[in-house]
Design a protein around this ligand. Sequence first.
Ligand SMILES: [Zn+2]
Length: 167
Amino acid sequence: MTTETKFFADATLAGLARWLRLLGYDTVCFQGKAGRPLMRQAAVEGRILLTRRRDLMERQYSGRLLLLPGTSAVKQLSFVLGKLSLEIQVQNLYTLCLTCNQKLISLERQSVRDLVPEYVFEHCTEYTQCPECRKIFWPGTHQRNALQFLKDRGIAVKNAETLQIMF
Ligand SMILES: [Zn+2]
């Protein structure tokens, strides 16, 4: 499976949704109550439904549904990755806005001169921006921290050593 795998998470899974986005998985978080509309929308969009609501398992549903254990976002993440045999690819990390789930777009270095801290501008050549919230991202310590965090919890990231950390 590739990052074509898309998810639809119920409102109680916001933490997990952010992790999935960080890894490059398109994940919509449903803001309403879990139930029929949630299931319908997930099926229409071809997304795997992630929920903690056991009763949804008993309903008739044409799409794929995963019932998640516990309340820890990281444990839920391991569960999803394991169940679907997903391999995390380092080049997919931080390709989506963690908040908006929008694909980040590349920016010219010159265009961010007045928008990022000076020390960042001096060290980084690659920038991306969320088309929705306009937040600007650059390769930084948060990526290394995320990789370390995953590694410490036994979640492997393929080709992690190839990630270019500027500072
Ligand atoms: Zn955004």
